[in-house]
Design a binder for this molecule. Structure first.
Ligand code: TYM
Length: 381
């Protein structure tokens, strides 16, 4: 019996990533692959050198095709169930870097239907409103408006359903049961849902009429959807989508991933300065019971959520990170100092993000794609 669990809907316990690699059948990003990526990007994103984007499927194939002139596009997404938190930002930061470095298009899916099917307390209307609200955070990341298309599943339902039907036709209930643990009492929207998340992996191929490679950056929790997509899409004569996958930013409490339902355990992009400070002050750390004991015995950065936030998001300078690590272990650095350092970093980041989020309201239409058909008009003679 594992003491952790990872599905697209819940992450429980302390994730053992090496076990997960075996269980999911994903590949570790190795030195050769890093070298190959660097050939095109000149520098490596710290997420690659820090091992935060740590696993992939078919990245070598993506680069083979790219080198032959068959350029890939990016696809990622968000399940709009509430406010966006710092964990969600991680794959988006990296996606932005990939878009800049490779100059490629991005298709961004807002799965309003998914959140309606999976969250009892979210109406379809609410999820639709959240999709537009969360899109502001995506736009705030600074993606190239000429190369970025954001859409929700119900917003372009006609396109989505036409493709999802072809995909659903090839997926059996037993495949879904095995991958997600759903059962006879699950609503049938949940059972159908993977076919919707698979569609953007062929979107550009459908639109252009040519087979276009697709690369999906995401945290490792979304892998089960794409494992099924990789099984099914070749049967419809499309490529298998490739992926590049990151670790979870943990909650500010102990273990798991930062989850929107955690409340005080998560930092939202809309939090104000007082809230950020309060949450960090209450965060779980690797510190000792008292300052005196910590000076004597040292702290433990390995289990410290404050250290993880620095390492994974806010301090990409390896030298500074090693100094913090060392000083903490020797008892030369106390938790208060790290908390203040992190608070300043988060406040700086979110101030900028929040002002870009405001500006996103003005340029929303440059990104958002929606079907124009009004159903009432369809039936008018
Ligand atoms: P969602 O909204 O749960 O998460 C959005 C993205 O953030 C990643 N993520 C995290 N990354 C690091 N640390 C965390 N604590 C953390 N929590 C979530 C997720 O892996 C995801 O990349 N069904 C999807 C929406 C979706 C999607 C996609 C995601 C549709 N198509 C394609 C990725 C790629 C969902 O509910 O994501």
């Amino acid at each position: 019996m594992e003491n952790f669990k990872v599905t697209p809907w819940e992450v429980i316990g302390d994730v053992d990533y090496s076990k997960l690699i075996k269980e999911f059948g994903i590949q570790l990003i190795d030195k050769n692959l890093l070298r190959r990526i660097k050939k095109h990007t000149r520098v490596l994103h710290p997420y690659l050198t820090h091992g935060i984007f740590f696993a992939h499927r078919d990245m070598n194939w993506i680069l083979d095709e790219y080198e032959k002139g068959n350029v890939f596009y990016l696809y990622t997404g968000r399940g709009p169930s509430g406010s966006v938190h710092l964990g969600h930002i991680m794959p988006w930061l990296f996606t932005k870097w990939l878009q800049d470095k490779f100059g490629v298009e991005l298709f961004f899916q807002m799965t309003d239907d998914e959140k309606f099917y999976f969250k009892d307390d979210i109406s379809l209307k609410k999820a639709q409103a959240l999709a537009r609200e969360n899109a502001l955070d995506v736009i705030a990341m600074g993606f190239d408006p000429k190369k970025t298309h954001i859409f929700s599943n119900t917003g372009i339902a006609k396109f989505m359903y036409n493709q999802a039907a072809l995909i659903a036709n090839r997926i059996t209930f037993s495949m879904i049961k095995a991958s997600f643990g759903l059962n006879e009492s699950s609503n049938i929207g949940k059972i159908f849902y993977t076919s919707m998340q698979a569609v953007p992996a062929i979107m550009k191929s459908v639109i252009t009429g040519n087979n276009v490679p697709c690369l999906i950056p995401h945290a490792v929790d979304q892998d089960p959807h794409f494992r099924i997509a990789r099984d099914v899409l070749p049967k419809l004569n499309y490529y298998k989508p490739a992926s590049i996958q990151c670790l979870f930013l943990p909650g500010l409490k102990q273990g798991g991933k930062m989850s929107a339902s955690e409340g005080v355990g998560a930092i939202y992009t809309t939090d104000n300065i007082a809230t950020i400070k309060k949450k960090i002050n209450r965060a779980f750390t690797g510190g000792r019971g008292s300052a005196k004991e910590q000076r004597e015995k040292g702290g433990n950065p390995e289990i410290c959520s404050v250290f993880k936030y620095l390492f994974m998001l806010f301090e990409m300078d390896n030298k500074i990170i090693s100094t913090i690590d060392e000083e903490c272990r020797k008892g030369e650095r106390l938790c208060g100092q790290c908390k203040i350092y992190l608070q300043e970093k988060i406040i700086h980041f979110l101030k900028k993000h929040q002002s870009q989020r405001e500006r996103a309201k003005e340029i929303f239409d440059q990104y958002w794609v929606e079907e124009q058909n009004d159903v009432k008009l369809l039936f008018k003679k």
